[in-house]
Design a protein around this ligand. Structure first.
Ligand code: HEC
Length: 119
């Protein structure tokens, strides 16, 4: 399967500072897309903003794990509840980049449980 090439570990190794995008599957592209189109409601770290308090929290691993790739793509295309759909604005490849990025959000900040505190 070629779909899951943007693995979290891979993304971590690359880090955020890399300035050489190699193509649409690059993780940085995922962040750029997410920050531009989704963060207004879902928050840069996945925690819903004041503007859209009912938006799903992607900082919660259970929310992200519950959703299949296809259902996430479906919501982006068609919208859900108060979320407007983006229709055909994104190609399937671009949607896949966003899905991969969403799956990295839990634990990257926000309210997701991190390492247990050292006492
Ligand atoms: C205008 C605000 C807004 C924007 C922009 C927005 N969303 Fe949403 N999103 C919402 C709200 C509100 C919900 C909750 C819908 C509901 O369940 O009623 C939601 C739900 C979702 C869900 C469903 C989660 C679940 O638990 O079923 C996914 C996936 C999602 N959004 C992804 C995205 C992505 C990816 C983007 C960017 C391409 C995006 N959203 C942009 C407001 C927004």
């Amino acid at each position: 399967m070629r779909r899951l090439r943007v693995l979290p570990a891979f993304a971590l190794v690359l880090g955020w500072g890399c300035s050489q995008p190699t193509g649409p599957e690059h993780p940085i592209e995922g962040k750029r897309l997410y920050d531009q189109y989704c963060a207004r409601c879902h928050g840069v770290d996945g925690v819903p903003t004041k503007e859209a308090p009912t938006a799903s929290s992607f900082a919660d691993p259970q929310v992200v794990e519950r959703l299949s790739d296809e259902s996430i793509k479906g919501v982006i295309r068609g919208g859900k509840g108060q979320m407007p759909g983006f229709g055909d604005r994104f190609t399937d490849g671009t949607l896949q980049v966003m899905v991969a990025y969403l799956r990295r959000l839990p634990g990257s900040g926000g309210e997701a449980p991190a390492e247990p505190a050292v006492e």
